[in-house]
Design a protein around this ligand. Structure first.
Ligand SMILES: [Ca+2]
Ligand SMILES: [Ca+2]
Length: 350
């Protein structure tokens, strides 16, 4: 089954229901090819098949990959122009509270880490070439405490305790308005997305693992969107040397200084080529997908919202070394867990 196609459409390529997500490693796209009918279901819905008229007008996505930052921005601008939509879209979350979204253009990429990438965790292979047929909006930043509070005013991301538990103070805050929300379960993150989607009149959901990694990489095939780990302190809040003030025993980057011990206000660090911030680090992020081994197969049930099992978490956090913040790194938690360093960002279908 290694060569099996994922996703199918009842209309030819270029029409409303073209494939949203397709493995292409062993099945090159053929002009005029018409996939078999049937079998859409949840995988297709989560892959972005609820088309809009504007989205349907976009030309077939480009296939060249990897690509540099200039090409990423060119593709983003081209997608926005074709769709007649802004590359950046700010939506109202509640009252004066807004959320910035960034348009991620359709295209192809290779998911997972190459064997040459070291260190490599076994669950990051084998790689799979995927084709995302539809553009989508993704939160420029992680959802903040302030934004989440518009949905659930009772939520408190609380504090992270200090090392010696002297009880003199509560520890470092995780609940400042512009810090990313954390201690929200996958189920509550999903509920936030449904709530926001209803306000916007759009389909709003968590990104699949494929969508998350494609957005994170922004055309790169390197361990991080900024290349190697050397540039990370400008791009990401990870477990740097300052973590010693909270947890002297923690494994951390002794030489790095990213300016934040725990989570930082979102958007403080340099963005990737598509304008997305904190994809590496700050808080790790829930994805829609059930955590399952590769090769990635969107149609094998992992994108079923009703499926049971642990859900994928991506990007690492302020409490993780660079190895755990790579574009390909995968983690998982039970969907009911509310974790101190896990938050999320939203995907909105155009
Ligand atoms: Ca840090
Ligand atoms: Ca993050």
């Amino acid at each position: 089954m290694a060569h099996r196609r994922v996703g199918r459409a009842s209309s030819p390529p270029g029409s409303r229901a073209q494939w949203a997500l397709r493995r292409t490693a062993t099945l090159p796209c053929r002009s005029g090819h018409r996939p078999r009918r049937g079998g859409w279901g949840w995988a297709a819905v989560l892959a972005g098949l609820l088309t809009s008229a504007a989205a349907a007008q976009e030309a077939l996505p480009p296939t060249a990959w990897p690509f540099d930052a200039a090409e990423a921005q060119r593709r983003q601008a081209a997608a926005a122009e074709t769709l007649g939509l802004p590359a950046e879209w700010t939506v109202e979350v509640g009252g004066e509270v807004t959320m910035a979204l960034v348009l991620v253009p359709a295209g192809e990429f290779v998911m997972g880490a190459p064997e040459a990438e070291s260190p490599l965790d076994p669950d990051e292979a084998p790689q799979t070439r995927l084709r995302l047929e539809r553009p989508f909006y993704l939160g420029r930043c992680e959802v903040t405490n302030q934004q989440y509070g518009c949905f659930d005013p009772t939520h408190d991301s609380r504090f992270i305790d200090t090392n010696w538990k002297d009880r003199v103070g509560p520890g470092l805050p995780l609940n400042e308005p512009q810090q990313p929300v954390c201690r929200v379960s996958w189920e509550r993150a999903q509920a936030f997305c449904r709530w926001l989607g209803a306000k916007l009149g759009k389909t709003c959901r968590l990104p699949s693992e494929a969508e998350w990694e494609y957005a994170c990489r922004a055309g790169t095939d390197t361990p991080f969107c900024c290349g190697t780990a050397e540039a990370l302190p400008q791009f990401a809040n990870l477990a740097d040397a300052s973590l010693a003030s909270l947890k002297p025993w923690a494994v951390r980057e002794q030489q790095a200084n990213d300016g934040a011990v725990a989570s930082a206000p979102v958007g403080r660090y340099q963005s990737n080529a598509w304008g997305l911030c904190d994809m590496h680090g700050n808080v790790a992020e829930w994805c829609a997908s059930v955590y399952r081994p590769y090769p990635y197969e969107a149609a094998d049930g992992r994108e079923d919202p009703a499926a049971t099992g642990a859900r994928a978490v991506r990007g690492g956090s302020w409490d993780d070394r660079p190895r755990r913040c790579r574009s390909a790194f995968r983690l998982w938690y039970d969907p009911t867990f509310a974790v101190y360093n896990v938050g999320f960002r939203v995907l909105v279908e155009p």
